[in-house]
Design a protein around this ligand. Structure first.
Ligand SMILES: [Mg+2]
Length: 339
C-alpha cells in the first residue's frame, strides 16, 4: 500500500474512533435517563416488598402516577450539566451555566420529562435556593457530613467527557467544583471522583474487573497525596479494600446516602453482564430506586454500548430525540475538530 494510502487509513481510523465517542455520550445520557425512568414508578418501595413483585421492564404510574418513560430529577440535573458542557469549554462558564440551568429546572421545569418537577432532594433544594439568592456556585452546596445524599453523584456522569484528557489533579478539582454546586462535602466529592474514574477507564476500553482493581490502587493513592483524612477514605473501604462482588446481597443498601448509592451501583454493574440486568438489579433493590438505577445506568450504558440498551426502552423514554440532540451538541463541542 502506498504511503498516502496508509495515511488515509489512519485518518479514517481516527475519525471512526471519535465518531464512536458520540455513541458513548448517547449511551451515558440515555443510560442514566432509562435507569431513572425504570425506578420512578417504584421509588421508596421497601426491598422485601419489591422482591415479591420485581420490576421486569418499563412500567408507568405507581409512586408519582406518571406515564411510563418519565425520568426524574436525576436525569433533569444530568441534562442541565450536559447543556453547560455543550455550551462552553471554560470551567468557570460551565459552573455558572450549570447553576443557572439548575435554577431554571426548579423554577421553570427546564429539562423535565413532562413539564413538571416532582422530585427534589433536601440538600439540592437548599443549594439551589442559595444560588437563586445570588450565591456563588462553588459555595452553594451543603458541606456538612449530613449533606451526603446522592444528589451530586446522580447527575455527574456527563462530566467524564470533559475530564478525559486532563491529569488526575485537574480531574479531581473539576469534579469537586461541579459536585459542590449542590454537594460540597468531601465524601460526596470522592464518590463522584470514584464514579468518573470508573467511567473514564470504561471509555479507555478496560475490563470492569481490571478497572475495579485499578481504582483500589489509584483512588486511595491520589486521595492520600492531597492529604485526605484516612477516616474519610475509610467510608469507601467496601469498594477500595474489599471485593464488593463477594458482598452478601442483603448488605447492599439502596437508600439516599451517597455511600450506599455508589456501593449499590458498582455492585449491580459488577454482578451482571448487560445493561438491562444491571439497571433492573438496581431498581429491584428498592428504596431510592430511580437514583440507584440512574447511577448504575450511566456506567452500564457506557460499558455495554447503545446497541445493548433495549430498543423498547429507547422508544419509551421521554424526550428521546432531545436527549440524542443534546449528546450531539456535546460531541460537537468536544470533538467536532476530529471530523
Ligand atoms: Mg429522582
Amino acid at each position: 500500500m502506498s504511503r498516502s494510502g496508509e495515511g488515509h487509513l489512519i485518518v479514517n481510523r481516527e475519525v471512526l474512533k471519535w465518531r464512536r465517542m458520540l455513541e458513548k455520550i448517547k449511551s451515558v445520557l440515555l443510560g442514566v435517563a432509562i435507569g431513572d425512568a425504570l425506578g420512578v414508578p417504584v421509588e421508596f418501595s421497601d426491598h422485601n416488598e419489591i422482591k415479591k413483585n420485581p420490576v421486569a421492564g418499563m412500567t408507568g404510574y405507581g409512586t408519582y402516577n406518571l406515564p411510563s418513560g418519565t425520568f426524574s430529577d436525576d436525569s433533569s440535573m444530568t441534562f442541565c450539566l450536559a447543556e453547560a458542557l455543550a455550551k462552553s469549554s471554560d470551567i468557570d462558564t460551565i459552573l455558572k451555566e450549570t447553576a443557572k440551568n439548575f435554577i431554571k429546572w426548579m423554577d421553570a421545569a427546564y429539562w423535565t420529562a413532562r413539564g413538571s418537577v416532582f422530585d427534589i432532594g433536601r440538600t439540592t433544594l437548599l443549594s439551589i435556593s442559595r444560588l437563586k439568592q445570588g450565591g456563588s456556585p462553588e459555595l452553594a452546596g451543603g458541606a456538612n457530613a449530613e449533606d451526603n445524599g446522592n444528589g451530586s453523584l446522580m447527575r455527574i456522569a456527563p462530566l467524564v467527557f470533559y475530564l478525559l484528557d486532563k491529569p488526575v489533579a485537574e480531574r479531581f478539582e473539576i469534579t469537586a467544583r461541579i459536585s459542590a454546586i449542590t454537594h460540597g462535602h468531601i465524601r460526596s466529592i470522592i464518590a463522584c471522583f470514584y464514579y468518573l474514574e470508573f467511567a473514564k477507564q470504561i471509555i479507555e476500553g478496560k475490563d470492569k474487573r481490571e478497572i475495579y482493581r485499578n481504582l483500589q490502587r489509584s483512588v486511595p493513592e491520589y486521595l492520600a497525596s492531597i492529604s485526605t483524612g484516612p477516616s474519610e477514605i475509610a467510608h469507601f473501604d467496601r469498594l477500595l479494600k474489599q471485593d464488593i462482588t463477594e458482598a452478601d446481597p442483603a448488605s447492599i443498601w439502596s437508600g439516599g446516602y451517597v455511600i450506599q448509592t455508589i456501593e449499590a451501583s458498582i455492585w449491580c454493574l459488577m454482578t451482571t453482564g448487560n445493561y438491562n440486568d444491571a439497571v433492573l438489579r438496581a431498581v429491584n433493590l428498592g428504596h431510592d430506586t430511580d437514583t440507584t438505577a440512574a447511577v448504575t445506568g450511566g456506567l452500564a450504558g457506557l460499558l455495554y454500548g447503545m446497541e445493548n440498551i433495549p430498543a423498547a426502552y429507547k422508544e419509551t423514554i421521554a424526550r428521546h430525540d432531545d436527549i440524542v440532540d443534546l449528546a450531539e451538541r456535546m460531541y460537537k463541542r468536544f470533538w467536532s475538530n476530529h471530523d
